[in-house]
Design a protein around this ligand. Structure first.
Ligand code: ATP
Ligand code: LTN
Length: 333
């Protein structure tokens, strides 16, 4: 039988999962679970590159895992775990740090954005963030990395690091490909539609949290920034409307063309109501399942315990190979 291809992706437990994370990432992961061997990690180690409140971080990690399951990821079909529970991530990241250049890291746009945003805490972890991400991916001999378009540059640097290492030591790492959805790859902020919807946005009106109730969702969509042109179509200066069209399209499956046709000559009010309804309907079953999982502590624990065990087994195979290649003495048995 042909081996299934490997998928790896991660999400930082910062803030609350947004509609952007769902449509750009998690929703697509669900569609992959039968065809691929998938690993999904709550990347808690990445999240401390920005200061976190410890108690909140702990709580959020569990909430994120419950959210994965509520979105439809089946723990029997996917390996789900907390990054800090598989120490091979940190170990490989150290080695890869020694094969990554300051110059290439300083070109990362996420680093530039985050260091501008957190100018009081530009720590070395923020700078080497992409190296830890490369380790996440390369440990599992990953074929495909499903992410939103903002992460493409990080996949490229992962490929560069892996190729550099392979050129020196032979075929150690599989070279991964990004896997970016056609619609929903970049959901924009509702208040600033030229910026991506972000779960760490200090203004909650900018994003829809998967935890928001239907009234809050409707309110946020009705208040979404648009334009004064009055037409529901794509185009210059239409980022707000385009974003709502993308949201409608990815929540219902209707094509952008069909939305444009159907709403020709109709007003923004009517359009926004339909978008709000589509989002509420799309999130309703997710929320109901989430409420069940979050109550079942023992089950959730069993999921992340098993996930970390399964992930460790795979990860250490790669790490041992790497240690051998770079010349570390094998552990005495
Ligand atoms: P932060 O605001 O803390 O940087 P984020 O909301 O950008 O977080 P990440 O944890 O960085 O979320 O991303 C998790 C996944 O969700 C990634 O695959 C990312 O590409 C995707 N993603 C994040 N925001 C969006 C968005 N607005 N539209 C589509 N996909 C997104
Ligand atoms: N950097 C990503 C989160 C992330 C990730 C990964 C995604 C960490 N490790 C490995 C895919 C594969 C982000 O900020 N969205």
């Amino acid at each position: 039988m042909e081996e299934k291809k490997v998928i790896f992706s991660g999400i930082q437990p910062s803030g609350t999962i947004t509609l952007g994370n769902y449509l750009g990432a998690v929703k697509n992961w669900v569609e992959l679970q039968d065809e691929y061997n998938c690993l999904y990690s709550v990347v808690d180690m990445h999240s401390i590159t920005v200061r976190q409140n410890p108690a909140e971080l702990r709580k959020r990690c569990v909430e994120f895992l419950c959210m994965f399951m509520a979105c439809g990821l089946d723990p029997e079909k996917n390996i789900m775990y907390f990054q800090s529970h598989v120490s091979a991530h940190a170990e490989l990241a150290w080695v890869l740090n020694c094969y990554t250049y300051m110059g290439e890291l300083s070109r990362m746009t996420q680093f530039k954005d985050k260091s501008a945003k957190h100018s009081d805490n530009i720590n070395a972890g923020l700078f080497t963030y992409p190296v830890l991400m490369a380790a996440d991916i390369l440990l599992y001999q990953t074929d495909l990395v499903p992410v939103g378009v903002d992460q493409k540059q990080h996949i490229e640097i992962t490929r560069d690091i892996a190729s550099r290492f392979n050129a020196l030591y032979g075929d150690v790492f599989k070279i991964p490909e990004p896997y970016i959805p056609k619609v929903g790859a970049k959901i924009m902020s509702l208040t600033e539609p030229t910026k991506k919807m972000s779960k760490s946005d200090p203004n909650p009106k900018g994003f829809i949290s998967l935890m928001d109730d239907s009234t809050a969702i409707a309110k946020k969509i009705k208040g979404a920034v648009t334009d004064s042109d009055g037409r529901i179509c794509r185009g210059e200066g239409k980022e707000g409307i385009e974003n709502l069209m993308n949201i409608l399209s990815s929540t219902t499956g209707e094509s952008i063309e069909s939305i444009e046709e159907r709403f020709a000559g109709r007003g923004y009010g009517e359009f926004k109501s339909e978008v709000a309804e589509a989002v509420v309907e799309c999130l309703r079953p997710v929320k109901a399942r989430y409420d069940e999982y979050i109550k079942d502590k023992a089950y959730v624990e069993s999921v992340y315990k098993k996930g970390a065990e399964q992930a460790s087994r795979i990860a250490y195979k790669t790490l041992n190979k790497v240690y051998k290649k770079v010349g570390f003495v094998p552990r005495a048995r």
